[in-house]
Design a protein around this ligand. Structure first.
Ligand SMILES: [Zn+2]
Length: 318
């Protein structure tokens, strides 16, 4: 009996030397056939052959090795995954990429401004909305024109309204995809957001916008970069009646009428009923005061040859 045990132990040790595995006679889990020692003892007790006992030991060793390998693989995967993916997607360049020369934006082909005209560009952001059609009616009744800075994510389902705007001589600019502030966006995110909006507006209206108004008027290098890449001039404003804040037609009317002068760009929002209500009086009264209401591109290019993509404009002469 002792001879048999010694022989079996020798076999196991030789096997260990050949495979390079560490045999732990105590540390193998019971579910995998028990410990090697137990396997050996069982083999001896049941008078199993040396070969059978060796096979049992081998099976235990193999399972241990596999478990170790799997654990090692899992550890490697979880340790390396976050660092590699995060580094490549969030890293933004520290200086503005110069991959494109700012392009010139052609003048509009309309000729609605006469030499002595006082001009104003009414602009409406954040739409279109359920009030936009009524605003278009008011503009049409008065022979006035305006610029709509629409959100890309609202363009898709408002194709008819957008086409009507262009048919009736208004201008459509981009107000980005989803009104995100561009103040802290990376170059890649800014370009992606703006490109998505440009494509949605072009698809819904049939024309690519050449103007962009940044949400909140927030400026950044990434905004200028993305606008340059998109071939869009950046448009802010010179009169802000804060219509989104007061939501009172009389206040909006008074703030516009008391602050407006030749060459102004007025900031309004066609998502508020109160703003459209105010326009019932603002538009005819501005006309009575001798202003011609034109689009932003018309107003800005009247005394310029063309606009430059990525450059900021806030009124007729700036
Ligand atoms: Zn806005």
């Amino acid at each position: 009996m002792k001879k048999k045990i010694s022989l079996l132990m020798c076999l196991v040790l030789i096997f260990s030397a050949f495979t390079g595995c560490d045999i732990n006679f105590n540390g193998i889990t019971p579910t995998t056939e028990g410990s090697t020692t137990a396997a050996v003892e069982a083999a001896v007790t049941e008078k199993a052959s040396t070969a059978q006992a060796a096979t049992a030991a081998t099976a235990t060793i193999t399972m241990t090795t596999t478990t170790t390998t799997t654990a090692a693989t899992t550890t490697t995967t979880t340790a390396t995954k976050p660092t590699t993916t995060k580094k490549t997607t969030t890293k933004a360049p520290t200086t503005m990429p110069t991959t494109k020369v700012p392009e010139k934006i052609e003048k509009p082909d309309t000729d609605r401004i006469k030499d002595d005209d006082k001009v104003i560009a009414l602009t409406f952001d954040d739409g279109p909305s359920k009030y936009t059609a009524r605003l278009l009616d008011i503009l049409e009744e008065n022979g006035a024109h305006a610029t709509f800075f629409v959100l890309g994510n609202r363009a898709k389902n408002n194709s008819e309204l957008l086409k009507r705007m262009l048919d009736e001589g208004h201008e459509i600019g981009s107000h980005t995809w989803d009104h995100t502030s561009f103040a802290k966006l990376s170059y890649n995110s800014a370009l992606e957001n703006m490109n998505k909006a440009t494509n949605a507006i072009k698809k819904a209206s049939g024309k690519k916008p050449v103007l962009v108004r940044p949400p909140y008027g927030a400026m950044s290098d990434s905004l200028k970069y993305a606008a340059t890449m998109q071939g869009q001039a950046i448009i802010t404003w010179s009169v802000d009646p804060r219509d989104w804040d007061t939501k009172n037609p009389d206040t909006v009317y008074n703030k516009i009428m008391s602050n407006v002068s030749d060459g102004d760009i007025i900031l309004c929002h066609d998502i508020h009923k109160s703003t459209v209500d105010a326009m019932e009086r603002v538009i005819p009264d501005l006309l009575d005061e001798g202003y011609t209401l034109v689009t932003v591109s018309e107003l800005l290019t009247y005394e310029r040859d063309e606009l430059t993509a990525g450059k900021v404009y806030s009124k007729r002469k700036n």
